[in-house]
Design a binder for this molecule. Structure first.
Ligand code: 0GY
Length: 308
């Protein structure tokens, strides 16, 4: 089956730079996706976008290029609740990938146990309206109750403006709750403004809430490099996102994760150089200890606890 990409779709960076920052041994890319390939794993009928193909082989080549050791492959909405491409990626990772699935309430226990055996450790609930249709909260709570005994967690993706309305739902979840991309703050607002304060409050008051300090390329208004003529590496890439991510890393060092978000769905203006995304890390985790927590200790604790 062949698929026509969404008009304006930007393909992932074909030649990412070698990062200047050397990640600690055993570092984990805790947020990335595979897309298809569509000819093998067709995109879902109800999808909101059609991506370019991005295979597991290409993902693992990027892992090696960036000096990373492991991946957490998160089910992308273009595959709906058909987790085959993600599970196939896990099965061909020699134990170096774990996964986060998307399921309906009709998922069987057999299917959940099969996915667990393949390396799935969580489900994703998506509240971003441009990506998914509404799923009733009682269905999501039922799913959370089903996956909790497996030791899985819930990953949530939402826009910052929707947090007040989602607060009660999130705080009722019975598992660890991992928030994608810091709840997508508007980085044009102050880092200590009311919107981001609410997110910090969520993490402060609920010790089961974790955050991915990922996607500066999606949140940034300045982009990389920050100023014309600036050489990458001298200043932080995506510098307007730094105060937000750094605040979360320093306040909650044992509940943060980092990921590339490769192959970067739905970016229409700018496709990041994945090497620069790695170079962002020392600006938000400024000590060796914080870097090790962010890239190794925390993701290993959540996804490979049997090895820690
Ligand atoms: C991300 C961001 C996006 C898309 C998805 O599953 C998805 O389609 O997550 C987005 O468009 O913001 O984390 O990959």
């Amino acid at each position: 089956m062949s698929f026509e990409k969404t008009p304006g779709w930007l393909d992932w960076h074909a030649k990412p730079s070698k990062p200047r920052f050397t990640v600690p041994p055993g570092s984990v890319d805790a947020h990335c996706h595979v897309f298809g390939p569509g000819a093998v794993f067709p995109y879902a009928a109800g999808r909101k976008y059609t991506p370019c193909d991005a295979s597991r082989q290409q993902l693992y080549a990027l892992r090696d290029h960036l000096g990373l050791a492991r991946n957490v492959v998160v089910q992308a909405t273009c595959h709906g609740t058909d987790n085959r491409a993600m599970v196939d990626a896990l099965k061909h990772a020699d134990g170096r990938a774990r996964g986060v699935a998307t399921v309906k309430r009709t998922v069987t226990d057999h299917e959940l146990h099969y996915m667990h055996a393949c390396g799935v450790r969580g489900v994703r609930f998506n509240f971003v309206r441009r990506l998914v249709d509404f799923t009733p909260r009682d269905e999501l709570l039922e799913i959370a109750g089903r996956i909790a005994p497996l030791g899985w967690h819930v990953v949530v993706y939402f826009e910052a403006v929707d947090l007040p309305e989602l607060w009660d739902f999130f705080t009722a979840l019975p598992t660890i709750v991992v928030v994608d991309h810091m709840g997508r703050p508007d980085v044009g607002q102050p880092v200590d403004g009311p919107e981001f304060e609410l997110f910090v409050k969520l993490m402060r008051e609920h010790g089961n809430v974790w955050s991915k300090v990922s996607c500066p390329e999606r949140l940034s208004r300045t982009g990389p490099p920050a100023l014309p003529g600036e050489v990458s590496g001298e200043q932080a890439p995506y510098r307007d996102v730094v105060p937000f991510a750094r605040r979360i890393v320093e306040a909650f060092p044992d509940r943060v994760l980092w990921g590339t978000d490769w192959p970067h769905p739905n970016l229409k203006d700018h496709m990041p150089d994945d090497g620069l995304l790695v170079d962002f890390i020392p600006h938000i985790a400024v000590t060796t200890e914080l870097q090790t927590q962010l890239l190794v200790t925390n993701p290993m604790h959540l996804y490979w606890p049997e090895e820690t």
